[in-house]
Every structure is written in C-alpha cells, then in structure tokens.
Design a protein around this ligand. Structure first.
Ligand code: NAD
Length: 264
C-alpha cells in the first residue's frame, strides 16, 4: 500500500536531477507519474526505467499549449492529485551584466512556469475532489544572493505565489506549499559533479555537506501526501541548516575549519 496509490502526479523538469528522483519516489509509492521536461531523450529514459507507471511528455513549462497537452495526458490516466513545479534554470551574473533577455529567460521558466502550472491543474484537481501542489523555490527565495538577480527574483516570486494560490485553492481542498532547498548534488548544484564540492563549500553549515535529491524528494512527497492534510501556504526549508546560521570555527559545533578546533 503506497501513499500515492491510484493518484496521478505531474513532475516538471523530471528528465534529470531532483525531478527525476522525485518521479521515481512517487512511483515507488504507487503513483501514476507524468514526467515533463524539454530534454526529451533523458525524460523518456527516466520514464522507461520507472516502467508502466510512468509517461513522458514534452513540457516546456513556459508554454500554455504544452501545459494543456500535459494535463490532458495526466487526466486521461486517472485523477490528477499532485503537481510538483520543479523545472528550473539559473543564470548567474552581476546585475550590471544581466541583459533583459537573460533576465526574462529565467523568469519565464521559474516564475511563469510555476504560475501556468498552478493555473492549469487547479480545475482538474477541484474536479478530483482536491489535491496538492508543491512548488520548488530555493534558499535564494529566503535571502539575498549576490550574482543571482533573476534566479532570486523568480524564487522569491515562487514563494509568494505559493501563498496566493494557497489562499485561493483551499476552498477546493487543494493545498499549495513551497520547498526551499539549499545546495543539491545535481547538474545545477554541482555542475562538474566534483567530489570536493560535495563538502568543501558546506563547512560553515550545521550539516557539512551538499544535499542529495532524495532528501529533497522526501520533503516533496511528505507535503504532497495526506500526512500533510492540514498544511498549506507554508515553506519548508531543506538546506542542512545553512539559513539557520554560520558555524564559528573554534566554538562548539564549529569543529575543524581551517585548523581551528574546540577542545573540551
Ligand atoms: N541544485 C541545487 O542546488 C538547487 C538548490 C535550490 C533549488 N533548486 C531548484 O530545484 C529544481 C530542480 O533543479 P535540479 O537541482 O534538479 O537541477 P537540474 O538542472 O539538474 O534540473 C532542472 C531540470 O529542469 C528542466 N528544465 C529547464 N527548463 C525547462 C523548461 N522550460 N520546461 C521544463 N523543464 C525545464 C531541465 O531540463 C532539467 O531537467 C529547480 O527549480 C532549481 O531551481 C536547486
């Protein structure tokens, strides 16, 4: 008996990284999963690996027509109960060096894509008696981040839009929450997949390593499941404690950074 038996789930950006892992995890819990992405070969391969419970659709989240097609595919498979707005891109650059075109390209995927996703599924979810939407924001939607003007704007917007949707959709028994990952070991979070980048940059946070996709997925599945039936409009930070504070070397918990040590 799985937590998502008999339910149809759409995961965007499911061709690799966190989205692919989340699609696998939903399937393990009994869901019928629709994987959407723009990297069709990778997306089809993930769906094939999952097996009969999975269907891949080409879904550019900034395209209204693609959303219509994805939702038609999903509702043809059963009651659409979950959407994970996971697709995302990042274009680091100084504000002065960010062209309008680059800025809007990020907004179109991360922000407009999330808006279109929520707008596209709310009707079918209402018809299915309710559902859950999980929007993937970031810790860059919780704080300032130099070099990430477009990405941070889109992730703050995702956090805010989540709350608007939670207010509007509660009446339909549709819950909407956001997740805020810290560094995650994917192409986005560790582009060259370098071993030393799994720990080196994380020495100042309580859990001194990068996060893994499955650790974000566990939070996504929780918020999407009936276990979270009274949770809506909230934000769940999954970041190894990095937004909690910065470890001070030489003080308790601060450990061994750069030759410092706290001896008791
Ligand atoms: N990796 C991190 O450190 C990190 C941290 C915080 C938040 N996030 C967020 O997590 C989500 C997943 O990222 P990831 O770490 O798996 O990175 P990733 O780059 O491996 O995966 C992103 C996926 O989104 C897809 N995508 C890009 N444009 C798309 C579009 N227009 N339509 C549909 N799909 C599109 C890509 O093809 C890719 O499969 C993103 O929203 C990202 O912003 C990532």
């Amino acid at each position: 008996m799985g937590r998502f038996d008999g339910k149809v789930v759409i995961v965007t950006g499911a061709g690799r990284g966190q989205g692919a892992e989340e699609a696998r995890m939903f399937a393990e819990e009994g869901a019928t999963v629709v994987l959407g992405d723009v990297i069709d070969d990778e997306g089809r391969a993930v769906a094939a690996e999952i097996g009969g419970q999975a269907t891949y659709v080409h879904l550019d989240v900034s395209s209204e027509a693609d959303w219509a097609n994805a939702v038609a595919t999903a509702t043809g498979l059963g009651p659409l109960k979950v959407l994970v707005n996971n697709a995302g891109i990042i274009r680091p650059a100084a504000i002065e060096d960010t062209s309008l075109e680059d800025y809007l390209s990020v907004i179109n995927v991360n922000q407009v894509g999330t808006f279109l996703g929520m707008r596209s599924v709310v009707g079918p979810m209402r018809d299915a008696g309710g559902g859950a939407i999980v929007n993937i924001s970031s810790i860059d939607g919780m704080r300032g981040s130099n070099g990430l003007i477009s990405y941070a704007a889109s992730k703050w917007a995702t956090r805010g839009m989540t709350k608007v949707a939670a207010m509007e959709f509660g009446l339909f028994n549709v819950r909407v929450n956001s997740i805020h990952p810290g560094g995650v070991n994917t192409i986005m979070g560790n582009p060259m997949q370098m071993k030393e980048l799994e720990t080196g940059p994380y020495q100042m946070q309580p859990i001194q390593r990068i996060g893994e996709s499955r650790e974000i997925g566990a939070a996504v599945l929780f918020l999407a499941s009936d276990e979270a039936s009274y949770i809506t409009g909230t934000e769940l930070v999954v970041d190894g404690g990095t937004t909690t504070g910065r470890l001070e070397p030489g003080l308790p918990g601060g450990g061994t950074v750069a030759g410092y040590g706290y001896n008791v």
